[in-house]
Design a protein around this ligand. Structure first.
Ligand SMILES: Cc1ncc(COP(=O)(O)O)c(C=O)c1O
Length: 376
């Protein structure tokens, strides 16, 4: 059914992310703590691999729909190295970022009216992609420490549930789920025979605890894992991610990917292969830098009396803030994102990204302090 203007009901249920509006309100000179991308360059060996592929004429043509075999082998090797998972390169689809991986997972598993259980607050795409697939998002409010409770997820599952999404380390909260939680998510997926989509794009940004995947624990292949080079290798502009799942699920997701995308960008695939198989010290350097910035930001927030569970991963903090705080911070020339942009339960919170250099973070803290005094 379409409305009078001829647009689908699905697309009318989605609007452009609230994050954009904040950028526009803040003006050009603002310190931007709203962005979800690392402020580091892409590793040189990854850039060079793309340049060499282009110059050798290797990047001119479509690749296999799933991506080059060499990239998928590098992805399988990464899963063995980092996650202890045995992944068949045939069970991998290289996608246009983690975003497309989420899109094909939801398209391939959600029927009209079916439910998708998502964290609230959670990454903005979960709700929007569910609407675009004709599904119903079922938001699950987080625990006080901003992690997602397996019990609350299980309670939200009905016979109409197609899948649930777990994101650790999480955007917008910086929370990291415990290994026990990850095991519980796998059990829930297996017992209810629903898919768990595990969004692990921030896996390398863990400062406390450890990153584990529910894919390690599923006994019935009910976990699809979403990854990307975007955050791990500072490659947001390259648009290269992937999804891995059981063979039958991959075959269904490939049907969506094949018609929507054909294949991920070939130059980006060469860059990603080099990023995944080359030296990993850049990853560690970024993590160490984020951790230092996190400490400064969290101390600053505590010092102004704002309540903020210490983020254990990603590069976001999510304090509870007084009414009017976000607008006041923006007036002080600092961009942060209102928590409600990530779901109704985000009301009263703000997401602060610390993927910005230390000098700017320190300056921004002073703006936040002034805003806190003004709104108390
Ligand atoms: C939790 C989460 N998942 C997926 C993505 C999408 O990543 P990509 O840029 O690789 O599409 C993002 C981007 O911000 C994210 O925060």
């Amino acid at each position: 059914m379409t409305d009078a203007a001829g647009f689908s009901e699905r697309v009318e249920r989605v609007s452009i992310s609230g994050i954009r509006e904040v950028f526009e309100a803040a003006g050009e000179d603002a310190i931007n703590l709203g962005l979800g991308q690392p402020d580091f360059p892409t590793p040189d060996h990854a850039r060079q691999a793309a340049v060499e592929a282009i110059e050798a004429g290797k990047a001119d043509a479509y690749t296999s729909n799933k991506g080059t075999l060499e990239l998928r082998e590098a992805i399988a090797a990464k899963h063995r190295r980092d996650n202890g998972l045995d992944v068949d390169p045939e069970d991998v689809i290289a996608t246009a970022g983690g975003s497309e991986a989420l899109h094909i997972a939801i398209e391939a598993h959600v029927d009209e009216g079916q439910e998708v259980v998502i964290p609230d607050p959670g990454f903005v795409s979960y709700e929007a992609l569910t609407h675009l697939a004709g599904g119903e998002p079922v938001p699950v409010p987080l625990r006080a420490d901003l992690t997602l409770s397996p019990a609350a997820v299980e309670e939200a599952i009905t016979e109409d549930t197609a899948l649930f999404i777990v994101n650790s380390p999480a955007n917008p909260t910086g929370a990291v789920q415990s290994p026990a939680d990850m095991r519980a998510f796998a059990r829930i997926a297996d017992e209810h025979d629903v898919l768990c989509v595990s969004d692990e794009v921030y896996e390398h940004q863990v400062f406390e605890g450890e990153h584990r995947s529910p894919a390690e624990f599923t006994e019935r292949d009910n976990v699809a894992v979403v990854h990307a080079c975007s955050k791990s290798y500072s490659m947001t502009g390259w648009r290269l991610g992937w999804i891995t799942a059981s063979t039958d699920r991959v075959e269904r997701m490939l049907r969506v990917h094949q018609y929507a995308q054909a294949c991920a960008s070939a130059p980006a695939q060469y860059a990603a292969e080099a990023a995944l198989s080359g030296p990993q010290d850049g990853v560690d350097e970024m993590r160490a830098a984020f951790e230092r910035r996190r400490d400064v930001l969290v101390d600053g927030l505590a010092d102004m009396g704002l309540d903020c569970p210490t983020p254990k991963g990603a590069f976001y903090a999510m304090p509870e803030v007084p009414e009017g705080w976000v607008d006041e911070v923006i007036d002080q020339g600092v961009v942060v994102v209102p928590g409600k942009a990530f779901g109704a339960a985000g009301e009263g919170y703000a997401r602060i990204s610390y993927a910005t250099d230390m000098t700017e973070i320190k300056e921004a803290i002073e703006g936040m302090r002034a805003a806190t005094e003004a709104t108390r």
